[in-house]
Design a protein around this ligand. Structure first.
Ligand code: SF4
Length: 364
């Protein structure tokens, strides 16, 4: 796997999807020496079940552990520090990690209770937990989701879990963007596995999950977060910590040079999640027939951007989406399945950012 690669897999068998993605990425070769100390850093910001859209699904951790153990790696630790005010052990239990720890013999480390040291992070002093600093290879496992303060949250911001609580408080007094960018000059991002199963529409603590049923892999955390912005209908330049991280040399925002590899030919799946209040309201502007989750979720994010701008109004014709429209004629639709419509956006699935542009021009 190269730095500009983005691997994407769709489906609902999350554990086996993870294993397939890691095989495709050649993770064992990327790590090298079997004796290396490997850290897994999920997002357990709060003590909630992952179906709420805030936390990393346990199936992804199981997939990573099975893959690593089958390839001879034994020194593996799951590490996380929940946000200030929530208990990491409670979050481990809520996400089912205590069972995973017992079943696979992998240690759970609460970074809220860890010791720490101060590092020079490109000109800013940053405190980093010792257990995170000591690993030889860190697998960052964020959830792709919205964030009320920083717009999006994924790889770069997930590293806020490897600093002590006192440092989290200090980050908030500094407005988050600058310290997050500097943190990523010292926190490891050796491999990034993104949980894009049902991340929240716009809150880091979940409650309005948007089902996408995808898992993504990256080597570059800046490319990861830039791609995430476009998947949610934002331009990466809108998110200050991403541009700052690029300026500090953490990675590249150039999604146009990315090599996107889809591991499935057929993107269809049977979603097992239900829509909640706000997602359901946005979905009322659509007319879906057998839509793949990744496509429908992208449309929900695009509609949310239009909602933010006050552009959604009653009486608009519904936007068609889904495999049920193949070969059918109609008014307006997104995705290649609606290519026979009078107005249609190409792509399979199209990016939310492109959907926003298309709908603003052709629909509103
Ligand atoms: S364009 Fe059609 S096949 Fe492609 S992701 Fe969308 S619904 Fe699925």
């Amino acid at each position: 796997m190269k730095n500009n690669d983005i691997l994407i897999i769709h489906g609902t068998d999350y554990k086996n999807m993870t294993i397939r993605l890691l095989e495709q990425a050649g993770l064992a070769d990327l790590i090298g020496d079997r004796k290396k100390k490997i850290g897994m850093k999920p997002n357990l910001v709060v003590a909630k079940d992952p179906s709420q859209g805030a936390t990393t699904h346990g199936e992804l951790l199981e997939g990573v552990i099975c893959y690593l153990q089958n390839n001879g790696f034994r020194n593996i630790t799951i590490m996380e520090g929940s946000w200030v005010g929530d208990s990491t052990p409670a979050a481990f239990r809520a996400a089912g990690y205590d069972r995973i720890s017992r079943q696979y013999g992998v240690e759970l480390k609460d970074l809220q209770a860890d010791t720490w040291k101060t590092y020079d992070a490109a000109g800013m002093d940053i405190r980093l937990c010792d257990s995170a600093a000591e690993v030889d290879f860190m697998i960052n496992m964020p959830v792709l989701k919205g964030h009320c303060q920083t717009t999006v949250t994924c790889a770069l911001k997930n590293n806020k879990g490897v600093i002590p609580n006192s440092e989290k408080r200090r980050f908030h007094t500094m407005g988050l963007h600058k310290p997050i960018a500097h943190l990523n000059t010292v926190a490891r991002n050796d491999f990034i596995l993104v949980d894009n199963i049902c991340g929240d529409l716009d809150f880091e603590e979940g409650g309005n999950p948007v089902v996408m049923n995808r898992i993504l892999a990256f080597l570059d955390p800046v490319l990861c977060d830039s791609f995430v912005c476009e998947s949610m209908g934002y331009s990466p330049e809108e998110v200050e910590y991403i541009t700052r991280a690029e300026q500090l040399g953490v990675g590249s925002m150039d999604t146009s040079s990315a090599n996107v590899v889809y591991l499935n030919e057929d993107l269809s799946d049977k979603s097992k999640f239900h829509m909640t209040g706000r997602v359901k309201k946005l979905a009322s502007y659509t007319d879906g027939r057998d839509a793949c989750s990744a496509c429908f979720g992208s449309l929900i994010y695009a509609l949310d951007r239009l909602q933010d701008r006050g552009e959604l109004k009653k009486g608009l014709p519904p936007v068609a989406i889904g495999q049920g429209y193949k070969g059918q004629s109609g008014n307006i639709g997104v995705g290649q399945c609606t290519s026979c419509f009078a107005k249609s956006l190409k792509g399979c699935p199209p990016r939310a950012l492109d959907m926003v542009e298309f709908l603003e021009k052709e629909w509103l």
